[in-house]
Write a protein that binds this ligand. Structure first.
Ligand code: NDP
Length: 397
């Protein structure tokens, strides 16, 4: 019986609230705080209607550490689950340290003025979390998150050593819009327009943004799709924690239409993250762009099709070379029917709930700051099957 405080009433926050409400034996009390109270209230109303569970709602500026500490002291949750934006990671970790409560997030810290994500800022909290006797679980979404657990599970049960890892993220869905992003547009576009980076033979190799591609034949009728190499944060922790890894890469599918729009927006300066002067006022072009693009949460009823995210691994077991592919397929329409959100928010929100469940049940519990692959993957893998993200494992020739 525990009290979880969810921070961030966006697409992912909504799924987390609905999924926690489905597990009342663990999440006996749920609070939801975000910048805009009305968004918390709309989610609470939907949870009440679908699951019959009451959620407490409150307004919070999560950039303000004192405000968060005051809220924590008032409502005394057992866990703070951060699904606001990556910019809020550090102020929320500071608040958890000051109050003394466990922390979980789904995306690593990014400084607002540099489009760069790295774990170094959050790993720097390790000693302080240990000394305080509290725990932080980083990156408990799908990628990062489930992809780390898939890799750890394969390393535990199927390989002596994994030598090559390709994480492949496919959204084979269609929302019918000319251009829209499936999660926060500012974070999404910053991520995609960065230089690519992968790990090989102990070194990071950089590539021009979206300059490398391959075609991968996705299973269960999804078929071949073009995927582009990108840097993704789970690579940084996996190459440290998975023994013997010689190469690790991350790939994502994009349609030609999406890439053409993105190229034009970049060329005309609309994806810039530095302020420009407009009629005597400073505006950040990418933030303005976000305000005119469709809200990701509005895509729920429009999106059809499926996502397929998985890990393709090559390595050795008992002296024999083998190749394994573990994946999940998630239907946009089924996710919408269940919780009122499309599959991108669903595939992030479900693992956030499961990560919280692992911590609150004491299955993953150790003071310090941890990445997902550092814990026993088995109970998490079981819960994926139980809570809406079943996975399939196939050995490839
Ligand atoms: P949204 O933009 O839909 O939601 C973010 C929410 O955070 C909004 O409700 C916003 O409030 C709130 N927020 C922003 N700033 C503050 C603040 N200072 N104080 C309080 N609340 C704040 O984003 P998503 O739901 O799509 O994404 C949420 C997180 O999930 C992001 O960090 C994203 O990177 C991560 N993610 C992780 C994935 C994974 O697989 N690991 C995949 C997809 C997303 P307001 O509405 O008022 O602006």
């Amino acid at each position: 019986m525990s009290h979880v405080l969810i921070i961030g009433a966006g697409g992912v926050g909504s799924v987390v609230a609905h999924k926690c409400a489905q597990v009342p034996e663990v999440f006996s009390r749920i609070s939801l705080a975000s910048r805009t109270l009305a968004k918390c209230e709309a989610i609470a109303a939907s949870v009440k209607e679908r699951a019959g569970v009451e959620i407490a709602t409150m307004a919070l500026d999560a950039d303000n550490v004192a405000e968060t500490v005051a809220l924590l002291s008032r409502i005394k949750p057992d866990l703070l689950l951060n699904v606001a934006l990556p910019y809020q990671d550090l102020p929320l970790m500071d608040a958890c340290l000051q109050h003394g409560v466990d922390y979980l997030d789904t995306a690593n810290y990014e400084p607002p003025d540099v489009a760069k994500f790295e774990y170094k800022w959050q790993w720097a909290y390790r000693e302080r979390f240990q000394q305080k006797g509290i725990m932080a679980l980083l990156g408990s979404g799908f990628d990062p998150g489930v992809t780390n657990v898939f890799t750890a599970w394969a390393a535990k049960h199927h390989f002596d050593e994994i030598h090559q890892l390709d994480i492949i993220d496919c959204n084979a869905g269609d929302h019918g819009q000319a251009f829209a992003t499936n999660f926060n547009p500012e974070i999404n576009i910053r991520e995609i327009t960065q230089r690519g980076r992968y790990f090989e033979h102990g070194e990071w190799v950089e590539t021009d943004p979206l300059s490398w591609s391959m075609t991968f034949d996705f299973p269960e009728g999804i078929g071949p799709k073009k995927c582009y190499l990108m840097f993704h944060e789970e690579l940084e922790s996996l190459v440290q924690n998975i023994k013997g890894l010689k190469r690790a890469r991350f790939w994502m599918t994009f349609s030609e239409q999406y890439l053409t729009h993105l190229r034009v927006l970049e060329n005309v300066g609309m994806t810039r993250i530095d302020p420009v002067n407009y009629q005597g006022k400073e505006i950040v072009p990418i933030q303005f762009l976000k305000s005119v693009l469709p809200e990701p949460s509005s895509l729920g009823p429009l999106t059809k099709g499926r996502t397929c995210i998985g890990c393709l691994m090559r390595g050795v077991k008992d002296g024999r070379e083998k190749q394994l592919y573990i994946y999940n397929i998630c239907s946009h329409e089924e996710a919408y029917r269940e919780v009122g959100s499309q599959a991108i928010s669903y595939t992030t929100g479900v693992p956030a709930m499961i990560g919280a469940k692992m911590m609150l049940e004491g299955k993953w519990k150790q003071p310090g700051v941890w990445n997902m692959e550092e814990f026993d993957p088995d109970p998490f893998m079981e819960d994926l099957n139980r809570h809406g993200l079943p996975w399939t494992v196939v050995e490839l020739p």
